[in-house]
Design a protein around this ligand. Structure first.
Ligand SMILES: [Mn+2]
Length: 425
């Protein structure tokens, strides 16, 4: 199923209300000296990659309840992203998971992606589970394993993922390691870290010049006592050891409760070492639920630092943005539309922060004013700006409404059948 702009009938009903709201907000922001056109242009440019595993129902470790009409092939996954992108105009990239989504016909896949205006963002390797016919097992770790044969297999897999990415036009690889231990004494921390460092260097050595290596961290899970790359400091250390093309990747769900993620973002961007960013939200652990559904103000504070970094840290590269979420209850496509909306809305709020005024207030130690500046931006209803950015690119003013009115899921079930299962899930 492919959505064309002329199918967006809901826009015809929504346009006059939107115009009123946008004109009202734009005139009020202009009076405050805010360049509305620039903000709308920034929102239009902001593209977030959809991972190939987020288009089906993810399930939990207790069970999985599938969703009707799930994409059963890589082609169908791209079509799903094409649908979301046509509506939101902010999902113009895909992040492939290997080996779940190895293309069979590279040329055809590239043409399909191109026709849907989708780029290939970071490729993701998988050494957290054993693949059928694999010689060695990752039960006791991959890049950190005590056995050189296992480490070599994991390194070879990552190199293969880079080769696949090269064919597609990706420019980065994300490595997330599940490696760790569940019991004190099980692992020698220094040996595990040293093995990991050496393995990452071997992967780094075959990285093309114009590629980046993203090193993701996570404090716990699937192991419960220790994780080899447990925090941003460890990832940063490994990235520095690898070289200038290696960066830290921040995943919002990969922190212990109440971690000051905005401060981590600020530190990494100052050092030019923040490469990738994964969006999701959570209440208790790595819950992978809809962006902005639990802690929107925390996300705003993080975005405030991201915007500051994008404006003030030329030493930091452009970031790879991705939604890393899992869908157990909602239609995965509806969930992604809500996540994209939340990201755009919070980004727009962060763009409203008067950085100059904030700096002055900080200089004067006017704590009250500092808080006012942030909260004034946060409490502004910026949805008309986000809608305007979409409208300018011929997307839907209200993507979720359009999705439902076009009966997308019903159509997908008709095309694919009820009981399809997305590859890898
Ligand atoms: Mn992630």
């Amino acid at each position: 199923m492919i959505i064309n702009p002329d199918q967006l009938n809901t826009n015809k009903n929504d346009i006059s209300i939107h115009k009123n709201q946008f004109d009202h907000l734009a005139s009020s922001l202009s009076k405050q000296g805010i360049e509305v056109d620039q903000i709308v242009a920034k929102l239009a440019n902001f593209q977030v990659a959809i991972p190939s595993w987020a288009l089906g129902a993810g399930g939990t470790r207790f069970g999985r309840f599938s969703y009707y009409g799930e994409p059963a092939s890589l082609e169908q996954k791209l079509e799903d992203i094409g649908i979301i992108h046509a509506l939101t105009k902010s999902a113009g990239a895909v992040s492939l998971h290997i080996p779940w989504d190895i293309p069979e016909d590279y040329k055809a896949i590239k043409e399909l992606a191109n026709s849907l205006d989708i780029k290939f963002d970071a490729v993701n390797s998988n050494t957290f589970q054993d693949q059928p016919n694999a010689k060695e097992s990752y039960k006791f770790g991959s890049l950190s394993n005590t056995s050189k044969t296992v480490r070599d297999q994991a390194i070879a897999h990552n190199r293969e993922v880079i080769d696949i990415g090269k064919e597609l036009g990706s420019k980065s690889i994300t490595v997330w390691l599940a490696d760790g231990s569940s019991f004190p004494g099980q692992n020698n921390f220094q040996t595990a870290l040293s093995h990991t460092q050496n393995s990452l260097k071997e992967i780094y050595n075959v990285l093309p010049d114009d590629w980046k290596l993203f090193i993701e961290y996570k404090p716990y899970e699937p192991y419960f006592y220790s994780t080899v790359i447990q925090d941003w400091g460890t990832s940063f250390l490994l990235a520095n050891e690898c070289g200038e093309k290696a960066y830290t990747l921040v995943d919002l769900g990969h922190h212990l409760p109440n971690t000051n993620i905005e401060q981590i973002v600020a530190t990494l961007m100052w050092k030019g070492k923040l490469g990738g960013f994964h969006f999701n939200d959570s209440k208790y652990g790595d819950d992978d639920i809809t962006v902005g559904s639990i802690k929107p103000y925390a996300l705003f504070l993080i975005f405030n630092e991201l915007v500051y970094g994008m404006n003030n840290n030329p030493q930091n590269p452009e970031l790879s943005w991705m939604i890393d979420a899992s869908h157990n209850l909602k239609d995965p496509l509806e969930d992604l539309i809500q996540s994209l909306e939340a990201i755009q809305v919070i980004y727009a709020k962060a763009l409203l922060v008067d950085q100059h005024q904030l700096k002055e207030a900080q200089k004067n130690n006017d704590v009250t004013l500092c808080q006012e500046i942030l909260q004034n931006a946060y409490l502004t209803d910026v949805r008309p700006l986000v809608k305007q950015a979409r409208l300018q690119q011929h997307g839907a003013i209200n993507p979720l409404k359009a999705y439902r009115s076009l009966l997308v899921r019903e159509q997908l079930v008709k095309e694919r059948g009820k009981h399809t299962v997305a590859t890898g899930l």
